[in-house]
Design a protein. Structure first.
Length: 255
């Protein structure tokens, strides 16, 4: 099996992607005149890394490519930690509305649709967890836009974009370990992270995944992205199995 010579660093590991896999995506985009690629998957599944690698490969043929990470539209970390108490002892399926500024996302999508320039203030800064970033997106000349993040298919549904959707599937426990590894301070405990992941994130994504289908499903396993047409089904089964085993997790917030 052939893999891309250029690899992408993922923590201490190296990610490899099949040459034929990325080539097939490129051909699909070209043949069907796709303008939007939507990359989705549960938290820490490898969406950002795959998006970067895909852009790296495609930019040799198309220089006008823009990656937009939905994480930029997260509410501040402080605000999201306070929300944990809302799903104490219960599961919820509205993570998109609780964690993301949907109004700003709609403005972004409208700018994409109308090929406009749009300026944003108070975007999320992953380095400090605050909403202190300013960014300008110019979609006037962009030929290809990669939207990377949770629930993007839901967000763009009403605008009827011609979209090529990619679902990244990864072992749930691997995703959770990566999420725990990303904790940067003592404002949230490991127990709270696990509870949020179980009671809100997985429940929300389960509802979302049942409703939407994807053009391509990729399994991230053994540091490789591999085409797996049963990826959605496997992810649904794994979420159900995880929830049955770890349901009713108590959350205690640190005030």
């Amino acid at each position: 099996m052939l893999f891309a010579q250029n690899t992408l660093e993922f923590g201490k590991f190296i990610i490899m992607i099949e040459k034929n896999l990325i080539r097939s995506v490129k051909n699909k985009i070209k043949n069907e005149n796709i303008k939007i690629i939507c990359i989705d998957g549960i938290s820490c599944s490898g969406k950002t890394y795959f998006s970067m690698k895909l852009k790296e490969y495609l930019k040799n043929k198309n220089k006008n490519i823009q990656i937009v990470s939905k994480d930029l539209f997260l509410y501040s970390r402080k605000k999201r930690i306070k929300l944990i108490s809302k799903f104490l002892f219960q599961t919820m399926n509205n993570q998109d509305e609780l964690h993301y500024d949907i109004e700003k996302i709609n403005l972004l999508l409208l700018a994409i649709k109308n090929k406009q320039k749009v300026k944003f203030k108070n975007l999320y800064n992953r380095k400090n967890g605050k909403n202190d970033l300013k960014m300008v997106f110019n979609f006037k000349k962009k030929k290809l836009i990669i939207l990377e993040g949770l629930y993007f298919l839901k967000n763009i549904e009403s605008l009827r974009f011609k979209t090529y959707s990619i679902f990244i599937f990864r072992n749930i426990y691997s995703c959770l370990v990566e999420k725990i590894f990303r904790i940067r301070d003592k404002k949230i405990s490991i127990k709270d992270v696990i509870a949020e992941f179980t009671n809100l994130h997985l429940m929300s994504f389960l509802y979302y995944l049942k409703k939407y289908d994807f053009n391509l499903c990729l399994e991230f396993s053994n540091n490789k992205f591999i085409n797996n047409k049963f990826g959605k089904k496997k992810q649904l089964l794994s979420i159900n199995s995880f929830q049955k085993k770890h349901k009713s997790i108590e959350i205690k917030t640190n005030q």
